[in-house]
Design a protein around this ligand. Structure first.
Ligand code: IMP
Ligand code: MG
Length: 172
């Protein structure tokens, strides 16, 4: 069994998600918000964030695959499932679990922009800058973790650990 070290507790996550929701409420007052979650990792975060927002919003999801091993992304991103809503003229917030190399979100941001929304911003639970390969503005971040492979709160390692309420670093 690998060892898990708690990095962010459930209480800390709750407080940060609430702070983030307040920022988004302020920035998106009067706008036409669509939250687009990146499956599967972002679903827990997005569900919590959405329930903290007071601006009206709609939700949709995309699913991507990146070729590579479980813990290292290869840089090639492929769309497995696209949104169903028409995003033209809408204010899209892409909701992602972790920004690591940044390649997934760079791909998804360009993919969303091709649908001619009014705006696209990025909201990530965790910014992990250690392996960043592309320049990518991230408008909303819950927290920054310098390194390590993280699980829990929707994040998996080989599909395990998504149900843990906090975020843990997994030690091999
Ligand atoms: P990127 O394209 O390298 O930014 O990779 C982002 C994706 O890799 C995220 O959506 C996660 O699914 C996955 N990922 C990166 N780091 C971790 C981690 O520490 N734990 C779990 N998944 C991760
Ligand atoms: Mg992901």
């Amino acid at each position: 069994m690998p060892e898990l070290a708690c990095i962010i507790t459930e209480e800390e996550i709750n407080a940060r998600v609430a702070d983030l929701a307040r920022l988004i409420d302020r920035d998106y007052a009067g706008k036409d918000v669509v939250l687009v979650g990146v499956l599967k990792g972002a679903f827990v975060f997005m569900a919590d964030l959405m329930r903290r927002l007071t601006v009206p919003c709609q939700v949709d999801f995309v699913r991507v695959a990146s070729y590579g091993s479980e813990t290292v992304s290869s840089g090639k991103v492929r769309l497995l499932m696209d949104v169903g809503l028409n995003l033209e003229g809408r204010d899209v917030i892409l909701v992602e679990d972790i920004v690591d190399s940044g390649l997934t979100l760079k791909f998804l941001k360009e993919h969303m922009q091709a649908k001619r929304p009014r705006s696209v911003s990025i909201c990530a639970m965790i910014d992990k800058p250690e392996r960043r390969e592309v320049e990518l503005p991230i408008e909303y971040i819950c927290t920054r973790v310098p390194e390590g492979f993280l699980v829990g709160y929707g994040l998996d390692c080989n599909e395990e650990y998504r149900s843990l309420p906090g975020i843990y670093e997994i030690k091999p």
